[in-house]
Ligand binder design. Structure first.
Ligand SMILES: [Zn+2]
Length: 286
């Protein structure tokens, strides 16, 4: 849905219980996105597809990636135990809704980080899935340790361990501690939606000045293997989504063929804090 200025509108409702300061932080995150991209989060009236911001105990912070029919949950837990209401966290979850995946899951991430699987419980491996550039193009935006979409070094690691080591050691303590979205994060959003203005600049000029072409993403690696035709799960997270009844097979069938064709089971899978992964970036808001 676009307005007359060509901005993309995402209707939202805040159903969770938040105090005045928390609401202010949520609003400020939305305003930052509006200032820097062509996305506008607008209060929902009667739009069928919308984001619903919820605060439920024990649920943590998560959102689905991209647009789904009906209610799209953005879980922002806030209570005495934990709070997702920091501006960078709110922006992170809203970016999922807008279509961004995690930075450390990029196709080229192995050139920038080592994922230390020995320090991670196998049940959490899906959090470190590497996406093919076919599933999530990077729009030629360079890997960014400062991305608001990057986890920190201890994310999903065993106690006292680290799960990721940056190849450039000076960024080890930088990852996962953004104060704000990075300009590369905003560029990616602008590229996805073909925003004419990005970070208050003309998008085309921005492209030229940075010497990277955001308009023609080159999809390079990881063609689908021939073997995929025999219906496998191409994302490790498929079984977990299925167990949580979050697997939308209308959208995910090609990625989660095995899970989508298997009967529903009652397997219990541990619940990570951020269970974002869903649809393809390009399937949203077109
Ligand atoms: Zn996330």
């Amino acid at each position: 849905m676009q307005d007359s200025d060509g901005n993309y509108l995402i209707p939202f409702v805040i159903s969770g219980n938040y105090d005045a300061l928390e609401r202010k932080i949520i609003k400020s995150a939305m305003e930052k996105i509006a200032e820097n991209t062509c996305i506008r989060l607008i209060p929902r009236t009667n739009q069928p597809d919308y984001a619903e911001i919820l605060n439920k105990k024990g649920q943590g912070c998560y959102a689905s990636i991209g647009r789904f029919p009906g209610k799209n949950v953005v879980m922002l837990e806030s209570n005495d135990d934990q709070s997702c209401i920091q501006e960078d966290t709110v922006i992170h979850e809203l970016f999922h809704v807008i279509g961004l995946w995690h930075e450390h899951m990029r196709a080229d991430r192995d050139a920038f980080i080592n994922v230390l699987y020995k320090n991670i419980e196998p049940a959490q491996y899906p959090q470190f899935e590497k996406l093919s550039s076919r599933d999530a193009t990077t729009y030629n935006v360079p890997y960014d340790y400062k991305s608001v979409m990057h986890y920190d070094e201890t994310a999903f690691a065993k106690p006292g361990k680290i799960s990721m080591m940056t190849k450039d050691s000076k960024f080890q303590k930088v990852i996962g501690h953004p104060r704000d979205a990075s300009s590369n994060d905003y560029k990616k959003v602008c590229a996805i939606y073909h925003c004419s203005k990005c970070m208050k600049q003309n998008f085309d000029q921005l492209v030229i000045s940075d010497n990277i072409d955001l308009r023609n993403p080159v999809v390079t690696n990881t063609p689908i293997q021939q073997g995929d035709s025999d219906c496998t799960d191409r994302l490790g997270i498929c079984p977990m989504l299925k167990s949580r009844e979050m697997l939308n097979c209308k959208v995910m069938a090609t990625f989660c063929c095995s899970s989508c064709s298997a009967p529903t089971t009652t397997t219990t899978v541990s619940t990570p804090t951020d269970t974002s992964l869903w649809s393809r970036i390009k399937s949203i808001f077109q």
